[in-house]
Design a protein around this ligand. Structure first.
Ligand SMILES: [Zn+2]
Length: 393
């Protein structure tokens, strides 16, 4: 095997851009790559750093309708036909969460290409682990954009693993928002199991992902949802995630795990209300790695949400790569409880960051504060977990 982990990145992913005032900001990709390079954990000239090709319309059509693809393409023109603009809302591409922009078809099929390349690299045996942080656009539906997502790269990558390799796929979504688009793509398919842990849809977009959503028809029992309470903290989040992940892996026995790594469950994320620290972003990839080792060892990880692009995302995504690539810093973090961030990275980016950058990989938990209803929240989450696992316990 040439490499144990592949880092997949195309610079054009930074063109997936909805404007300066929009919270989705792929500058976080540059910040993460810069952090990993400063930590001597990533070499962009090494074969383990891979620049992927875009996908063609045929692969996109494995998930999206022709009608939607044609509309997105037409709306991608520099000056779209005015009659199209009046229909943009029907496809989720008006001035709301996911505004259309010139070139969006080509930019987004490049994003999808990274996730498909990650699956190809792992399924062909080139590598065990592949990371594509530009991906994770989990809210896009077959015929509609939503939640900052135009095409669903995760669903297309899963479809590719099914059609090319007949792989049984477990999709694990750790974004604070429910992975609704991926769930819907495979809701009736027993060969794809989806597991999403997120803040309950009672209070947060997209308003779905309840424990009773379990799949339909032949797909019944291959969809799992763990909606956690607002203000859930590390211990309860990790308890629910660990118990469900290992049980699902043992029962489903996937050939491939594809995980989504929105890091918006952190206490500092401005778009949600879960109160976790950086600890879950160290423990969760370690758990996913163990889960992968319990079946095939094949693991693809994607990016996702994450809106504190300075203090949270680079560290969370950096930790993910450190685990996937087996970097010695992981052992140091586990042994000593923390490690400083590279001085060079802090010096380079501090002048631009609107808030003071943390100086260590993991958080000072005292600074995050504690939630007074901690026990009550943990009990409620445990009850929800039992409901979600009702048929596999
Ligand atoms: Zn999210």
């Amino acid at each position: 095997m040439a490499a144990s982990a592949l880092f997949i990145h195309h610079p054009d992913n930074l063109k997936y851009f909805f404007g300066d005032t929009h919270p989705f900001n792929q500058k976080r990709l540059d910040l993460t790559i810069s952090l990993l390079r400063a930590a001597n954990a990533l070499d962009v000239d090494d074969p383990t750093f891979h620049i992927p090709p875009a996908v063609d319309d045929e692969l996109l059509a494995s998930v999206h309708t022709q009608e939607y693809l044609s509309f997105v393409k037409a709306l991608s023109e520099q000056t779209p036909d005015p009659t199209l603009l009046s229909q943009a809302g029907k496809y989720g591409l008006d001035d709301g969460d996911t505004p259309h922009f010139p070139g969006m078809h080509d930019v987004t099929r490049q994003v999808v290409g990274g996730s498909v390349s990650a699956v190809e690299a792992v399924m062909s045996g080139r590598t065990c682990h592949a990371l594509h942080l530009g991906g994770g656009l989990h809210h896009a539906m077959a015929n509609r954009a939503g939640g900052f997502c135009i095409y669903n790269d995760a669903s297309v990558a899963i479809s590719y693993a099914r059609s090319r390799y007949k792989a049984k796929v477990l999709y694990v979504d750790t974004d604070v928002h429910h992975g609704d688009g991926v769930q819907m793509s495979f809701y009736t398919d027993p060969s794809v199991c989806t597991f999403s842990i997120h803040e309950t849809g009672k209070y947060l977009f997209p308003g779905t992902g309840y424990a009773h959503e379990r799949g339909e028809g032949e797909g019944f029992g291959t969809c799992f949802n763990m909606p956690v309470e607002p203000y859930t903290e590390d211990e309860s989040w990790l308890e629910c995630f660990t118990d469900m992940l290992f049980r699902i892996v043992d029962v489903f026995q996937p050939d491939l795990i594809i995980s989504q790594h929105g890091c918006d469950a952190h206490a500092w994320d401005p778009l949600a209300h879960v109160h976790c620290s950086m600890d879950i972003y160290l423990q969760m990839p370690l758990l996913l790695q163990q889960a992968a080792e319990r079946c095939s060892g094949r693991w693809v990880a994607l990016g996702g949400g994450g809106y504190d692009i300075w203090r949270v995302v680079p560290r969370a995504w950096g930790l993910l790569w450190l685990v996937m690539s087996g970097h010695p810093l992981v052992g140091e973090l586990l042994q000593h409880g923390n490690a400083p961030l590279p001085e060079a990275w802090l010096e380079r980016w501090s002048p631009y960051s609107p808030s003071r950058l943390p100086t260590a990989w993991l958080d000072d938990k005292d600074a995050l504060g504690s939630i007074p209803r901690r026990e009550e929240i943990a009990i409620k989450n445990r009850q929800t977990k039992q409901l979600a696992m009702q048929f596999i316990e």
